[in-house]
Design a protein around this ligand. Structure first.
Ligand code: SF4
Ligand code: SF4
Length: 374
């Protein structure tokens, strides 16, 4: 059956999309190659995308490799996530200046810019929805996050080739994009074909398709795209049953296995920096040497640092084991008690970017096996 409102875009039609938003005051951010990795940064045109590149991933391993086609979105996910735009690594919350013998406080929040995010995957949308709950739900909300989030136009892309470390099918957060987008693209690439099927997910998305005059997609064009997305689910190399993860990890809190699974950990914090859902931060107050200007700065922090759990007299989580346990139990267990969902969307970044290849999926399996034997 031909779906309602599916549009056909030729590859370079994406430039029209970018120009449409730029002329309306948006900054366009998307995947691009920098320092031999695919990162998210401002892009000017399709030529900035990682055209014809893919990423090879394994525990503690990431390399770019040439594809044998010109796919625009033929990679999986890199070290960056969209949280760097919504929850910036360093943010000045306010600035105070000494004026006429008094301090005057200035709001330096510059979150008025409008953003287009291009190429957001299903797992990444789920991560954004998790951070929406953290920063925008409950009694205490973060006005910086909410302001930024309200200014995003989100162009999602369906995954058709999961990477070696992906397990979003196990977390129920992919590979198909189902919600949370303004526009959803599916890239179809064959020897003789290259196009996108575009579907609007909001009024703004629909308006864009209509204004740019893209034609509706033909039934066979939609079918090819559907075939690729349906087949993606069978291409996963990793899976884990997470139905009992909350209980398994809490029941095994004192299991000596924690020493084994964390013995290689360097407490570098890479896993928390690359994770699209990790939200820990710290506040620093700084002044200039003349004592004329003071700033309150928020920075990303990590539960892997000793300082993170410092209270009067010392750190609560002194050992490497206790810090690794805190992180993994929070992600796959206590996060659910806290927010009603797991803190992991199965993107695999923590596995890829851990310098010693510590693997959250394999470690959970060890605890599950250990529980059975007890
Ligand atoms: S815990 Fe690891 S796999 Fe899960 S969302 Fe974070 S980085 Fe991705
Ligand atoms: S698990 Fe890996 S990435 Fe995370 S802190 Fe330890 S060594 Fe670093």
């Amino acid at each position: 059956m031909k779906q309602e409102k599916s549009f056909y875009l030729a590859p370079y039609d994406l430039n029209k999309v970018f120009e449409y938003f730029k002329s309306r005051g948006y900054k366009v951010f998307g995947p691009t190659i920098r320092d031999e990795a695919i990162v998210y940064d401002e892009i000017a045109s399709v030529d900035d995308l990682p055209v014809g590149w893919m990423d090879e991933q394994a525990p503690g391993f990431y390399r770019l490799k040439k594809r044998n086609d010109k796919a625009f979105f033929g990679y999986v996910v890199g070290p960056h996530s969209w949280k760097k735009f919504l929850f910036p690594p360093v943010l000045t919350l306010f600035e105070a200046k000494r004026e006429n013998g008094k301090f005057k406080v200035y709001d330096v929040n510059t979150a008025n810019e409008k953003y287009v995010f291009v190429g957001v995957r299903a797992c990444e949308i789920s991560a954004i929805l998790i951070q929406d709950k953290i920063f925008g739900g409950g009694q205490y909300t973060d006005p910086n996050y909410i302001k930024r989030r309200g200014n995003v136009f989100l162009i999602a892309v369906n995954c058709t080739e999961p990477g070696n470390n992906c397990f979003c099918a196990s977390t129920g957060t992919g590979p198909r994009v189902v919600a949370g987008f303004d526009v959803l693209l599916t890239e179809v690439i064959r020897d003789d074909l290259h196009y996108f099927i575009g579907v609007p997910g909001s009024e703004k998305g629909e308006e864009m398709f209509v204004t740019l005059g893209f034609r509706e997609a033909e039934e066979f064009e939609i079918k090819e795209a559907e075939k690729d997305v349906n087949e993606a689910i069978n291409k996963f190399k990793r899976s884990v049953d997470l139905t009992d993860a909350v209980e398994v990890l809490q029941e095994n809190y004192e299991n000596p296995l924690w020493e084994k699974v964390s013995e290689k950990c360097l407490t570098c914090g890479n896993c928390t920096m690359v994770c699209p859902t990790c939200f820990c931060n710290t506040i620093e107050d700084v002044t200039d040497l003349a004592g004329q200007v003071a700033k309150r700065i928020r920075r990303w922090d990590s539960c892997f640092t000793m300082d993170f759990s410092y209270i009067h007299g010392g750190s609560v989580r002194y050992s490497v084991m206790s810090r690794y346990r805190q992180w993994m139990v929070h992600k796959l267990s206590t996060w659910k008690n806290q927010f009603g969902m797991l803190g992991c969307v199965g993107c695999g970044r923590c596995i890829t970017w851990c310098p010693v290849g510590i693997d959250i999926v394999e470690n959970l399996k060890l605890f599950k096996e250990s529980t059975v034997k007890l």
